[in-house]
Design a protein around this ligand. Structure first.
Ligand code: UD1
Length: 310
């Protein structure tokens, strides 16, 4: 059993990760300030005997240190973030605070508390435009947004701390994560949650651009397992790995598949393309398989079926 501190525990990926850690017998301290996380996401495990939740802002200097006093984590899984690319363009200073400065504070807490491992929620957005598909971790990183920039800077900061202080740092470059509990309520929300909302409420979904942009969608349950492995697997070395499926679809194909899963027909509205939007995104899952023995188990169709069955 490990003691694991999870930031962003009430978020979409955070709550699935905590749930799996508890199922696997670990002790978890979850922290979240409910900026985008939700209390409702904690419901299924809030009273679990090996779970404790504390409300707090990881980006506020000193706050995580004081919240986690006495917990002595073996590992920290740092998921708290501003998750949206367009929001990072609209609010670059807040992006820097939440997606970079907070990471440096997490590294400080890990060192002070004696944690041996940090798992970091990085992103495919670090690659930016790159035609060398599928993207391997050695591909050139040229982020198109402040979001991708901050994630890349955070990776560098953590990997540097790992070298300096002998920690193990795993940077997980998530591709497009989808599944239950993804909040559809903002214009910044993930596209599958937006389309799901539109299809179930009978509204017209909007496609930004021509819909031929592609994404590698990975089911949140698989991402939670990748986090569990990165945090707890013995003899793991520091490094960076894509957390992806190695398959991509265009948004037009995605909407057709979702309409089918919902048993509906659907004509979207096409709007202007988004600034900072990557055109093509497809990852190579080879390194995560090699270094973490991680392979996604849920196909896009199976994940969509779960989403529409709820
Ligand atoms: C997503 C994640 C980001 C992650 C990155 C990794 C979210 C909110 N963002 O960014 O955290 O690091 O993947 O690759 O989960 N779109 C529409 N209509 C909509 C909403 C979106 O056409 O209603 C389009 C967007 O313009 C974009 C695509 O769908 O082309 C995906 O957008 P989005 O789900 O916001 O994710 P990313 O920007 O790829």
């Amino acid at each position: 059993m490990s003691r694991i501190l999870v930031t962003g525990a009430a978020g979409f990926i955070g709550s699935h990760t905590v749930e799996l850690l508890l199922q696997e017998g670990h002790e978890v301290l979850g922290v979240d300030n409910f900026r985008t996380g939700r209390e409702a996401n904690l419901q299924t495990f809030l009273t679990h005997p090996r779970f404790r939740f504390l409300r707090g802002d990881v980006a506020e200097p000193g706050e995580l240190a004081s919240l986690s006093t006495g917990f002595r984590p073996d590992a920290i899984i740092h998921l708290a973030a501003m998750v949206s690319v367009p929001e990072s363009i609209a609010h670059p200073a807040e992006n820097h605070r939440l997606n970079f400065l907070a990471t440096t504070l997490v590294a400080d807490v890990a060192l002070a508390a004696g944690a041996r491992r940090i798992v970091f929620a990085s992103s495919a957005a670090v690659y930016g435009t790159n035609d060398a598909l599928p993207l391997s971790e050695d591909a050139t990183c040229q982020p198109l947004s402040p979001y991708g920039e901050a994630k890349l800077q955070s990776e560098h900061h953590l990997l540097h701390a790992a070298r300096e202080h002998g920690l193990t740092v795993r940077c997980q470059r998530y591709f497009n994560v989808f599944g239950p509990r993804q909040d559809p309520s903002s214009a910044y929300s993930g596209v599958i949650s937006r389309f799901h909302d539109a299809l179930t409420l009978g509204r017209t979904p909007t496609i930004h651009g021509d819909g031929e942009q592609t994404r590698d969608f990975i089911y949140v349950g698989d991402v939670a397992r990748a986090n569990l492995l990165a945090a707890t697997m013995p003899r793991v070395q520091s490094g960076t790995a894509n957390i992806c499926t190695g398959h991509s679809v265009s948004l037009n194909q995605l909407l057709t598949a979702m309409a089918q899963a919902a048993g509906k027909t659907c004509q979207p509205l096409y709007g202007p393309a988004r600034a900072g939007d990557i055109r093509q995104s497809l990852g190579s899952p080879a390194r995560a398989k090699l270094e973490l023995s991680f392979q996604p188990a849920t196909s896009l169709d199976a994940g969509l079926a779960t989403l529409f069955a709820r």
